[in-house]
Design a protein around this ligand. Structure first.
Ligand code: S3P
Length: 439
């Protein structure tokens, strides 16, 4: 896929008011299709993210013979085929822009009787896959990658997998989930040891489907031989998408936003911790459990932010939120320092460099380090930013437009549809001023 012509033009505004429910959680939406497909019985899902990434996962399972209804207002039904009921797809499975689809499916497909292959778009084709291919080969799987461990991936079926205990070299929920999904098909126990806690949606959802998963400190394990029983899933709004509105409300002069039904799983709530440390006026209301996941309404008002040293233990808990947090840092008084975040360099883009390039255009002083960045708050100018087709970069600079002196024009915004298809619409409803253009 080549870079898109879709541009956003974000203009300065000061008043943000209203109540919004942002799009469904992307991580949980992927897993609902995967586990619903492998379950016995019909799984009913609500709150599903109808974004391109989750739809890539949905299309892959349909291609493997699973009947899934078209999502309507976030609702769909999956007729599970059981752990051994998937069929060989006729063609390579196209994961589009979605790293989660590719990495989790690589684990799952390693345990199937049939061969398969996975392809992706230009950005996904540059992302590292050895992090999943290596532990899967220790289990007896066979995954052939293109050069330097990149996609496309050829996954050999009919391999005899055995459980391993794998100390993960990086804090990655995708690697953890990949190994656990392969573990459903491996002899004996499969365990991963996390260097730091990462999102635990796979573990929670497996349990919701009646599958036993043990979490003992940093060690997460399961045994093969069980089965998944269909259930009902209510997917909360994505805290990663809500982040753009949290930062927007913090930096706008006159803001009071209520973000409804947001997933606040403690393995995802680093953004709340970090924004509060920066002085955000942010309150969780109506905290409750929904289908095994903690959910809250989040009220955010205009805040006087200050620069901080971001605690390293928060990095994996806020890994997708840094582009937006960099904009918060640009609007804060003083310097914000991020360290221990080299993983940001292998996301949909190199998020440290691409954000730094954009901040430079806006006149924000910063220093790039191999594992992070130092950002000195200041007045942002307008200008033209290249998002490099990274959805979260595009949305972050759209939010920056609130406080810039002049409009910010953001290029290559098509991929916002991968995680948050109605971002512009919702942003404008609460008072942001974002225009789209295909010129
Ligand atoms: C995800 C895990 C994270 C995150 C990604 C979604 C998941 O990646 O960045 O957007 O759903 O498991 P890593 O696990 O590679 O850090």
């Amino acid at each position: 896929m080549s870079s898109s012509d879709l541009k956003f033009i974000s203009r300065p505004t000061s008043t943000l008011k209203g109540t919004v429910r942002v799009a469904g959680d992307k991580s949980i939406s992927h897993r609902s299709i995967m586990l619903g497909s492998l379950a016995e019985g019909t799984t009913k899902v609500s709150g599903f993210l109808e974004g391109e990434d989750a739809l890539s996962t949905l299309a892959a399972f349909r291609a493997m013979g699973v009947e899934i209804t078209d999502p309507v207002n976030g609702q769909l039904e999956i007729k599970g085929v059981g752990l051994n009921g998937l069929k060989q797809p006729d063609a390579p499975l196209d994961m589009g822009n979605s790293g989660t689809s590719m990495r989790l499916l690589t684990g799952l497909l390693s345990g199937q009787k049939f061969d398969s292959s996975l392809i992706g778009d230009e950005s996904l084709s540059k992302r590292p896959m050895s992090r999943v291919a290596a532990p899967l080969s220790l289990m007896g799987g066979q995954i052939n990658t293109a050069s330097e461990g990149r996609p496309p991936l050829q996954i050999k079926g009919g391999k005899y997998l055995v459980g391993i205990e794998y100390p993960m070299p990086m804090a990655s929920a995708q690697v953890k989930s990949c190994i656990l999904l392969a573990g459903l098909y491996a002899e004996g126990e499969t365990a991963v040891i996390e260097p730091a806690p990462t999102r635990d949606h796979t573990e929670r959802m497996l349990r919701a489907f009646g599958y036993e998963v043990k979490t003992e400190d940093a060690r997460i394990s399961l045994r093969s031989g069980g089965k998944l029983i269909a259930c009902e899933l209510d997917i909360p709004a994505d805290i990663s998408s809500a982040t753009f509105f949290m930062v927007a409300a913090c930096i706008a002069e006159d803001a009071d936003l209520l973000l409804e039904h947001v997933g606040v799983n403690p393995t995802r709530d680093g953004v709340i911790t970090i924004l509060k440390l920066m002085g955000a006026d942010l309150v969780l209301e109506n905290e409750r459990m929904v289908g095994g996941e903690p959910v809250a309404d989040i009220r955010v008002r205009s805040s006087k932010l200050k620069g901080i040293q971001i605690p390293e233990d928060q990095v994996p808990l806020a890994i997708d939120e840094f582009p937006a947090l960099f904009i918060a840092a640009a609007c804060a008084e003083g310097t914000t320092v991020l360290t221990g975040a080299e993983e940001l360099r292998v996301k949909e883009s190199d998020r440290i460099q691409v954000m730094a390039d954009g901040l430079k255009v806006l006149g924000i002083k910063h220093k790039v380090n191999p594992d992070g960045i130092e950002i000195q708050g200041g007045q942002m100018n307008g200008g033209q930013i290249d998002s490099h087709g990274d959805h979260r970069i595009a949305m972050s600079f759209s939010v920056a437009g609130i406080r810039a002196k002049k409009p910010i024009e953001i290029l290559d915004c098509k991929n916002v549809a991968t995680s948050f298809p109605n971002f512009v619409e919702l942003a404008n409803v609460v008072g942001m001023s974002i225009e789209t253009s295909n010129d």
